[in-house]
Ligand binder design. Structure first.
Ligand code: IMP
Ligand code: MG
Length: 185
């Protein structure tokens, strides 16, 4: 066995298929295009998890934009963050006076985005909004909600469409739940 089939045997169920994701991403793109009609935005991708969502979302947005990328690593194990966030690559576009949209894969405890939004706001942008593909509100530990959210998901560990477990499964074209035995191996 090889390739996608090998990954598929670790998946318990598909939560969001390709078509469902594509349709919702276009809706988010339309919503964002309408909100910033006639304006220019800076769209910041939070690496690496948001990369696939970012590529699709940007192409669904019709206003002028600059794209930038931020790398972060949060301390903790593979499934949970601790709230301590380290910037491994900063965005290099000046955001002073600009409208910023931060694009992230999933909002879980909320620590990562709380930290990032605060950091970006210190650079005096005109506004900072957050677009997340997924939201797991049951797990929230700080008071933050995404401004644009693709889907609310249950409290299960999901992979695919950019999301990983130990760096893997990002290239699955759908979002699926990982079999629990995968963690224990
Ligand atoms: P937060 O700081 O707890 O909101 O963590 C968000 C980060 O945790 C995301 O960017 C993901 O890297 C990771 N994460 C949280 N839940 C999942 C999941 O179900 N699958 C994959 N990564 C997740
Ligand atoms: Mg991530």
């Amino acid at each position: 066995m090889w390739g996608k089939e090998l990954m598929m045997q670790d998946i318990e169920k598909v939560l969001l298929d390709e078509e469902t994701i594509a349709k919702r991403v276009q809706e988010l793109g339309d919503e964002i295009s309408k909100a910033y009609d006639g304006q220019e935005i800076v769209v910041i991708c939070v690496l690496k998890g948001a990369s696939i969502f970012f590529a699709d979302l940007c192409r669904a947005i019709s206003v002028h934009m600059k794209m930038d990328f931020m790398g972060i690593s949060s301390y903790g194990d593979a499934q949970k963050t601790t709230g301590i966030v380290k910037i491994t690559k900063d965005a290099d576009t000046s955001i002073t006076g600009k409208h910023v949209v931060v694009v992230e894969d999933i909002m879980d405890s909320g620590y990562t985005l709380t930290y990032l939004v605060k950091m970006l706001k210190d650079r005096n942008p005109a506004s900072v909004k957050v677009a997340c593909l997924l939201d797991k509100p049951e797990r929230r530990e700080v008071d933050i909600t995404p401004d644009y959210c693709g889907f609310t998901v249950p409290n299960e560990f999901v992979v695919g469409y950019g999301l990983d477990y130990c760096g893997k499964y990002r290239n699955l074209p759908f979002v699926g739940v990982l079999k629990p035995e995968v963690y224990s191996n």
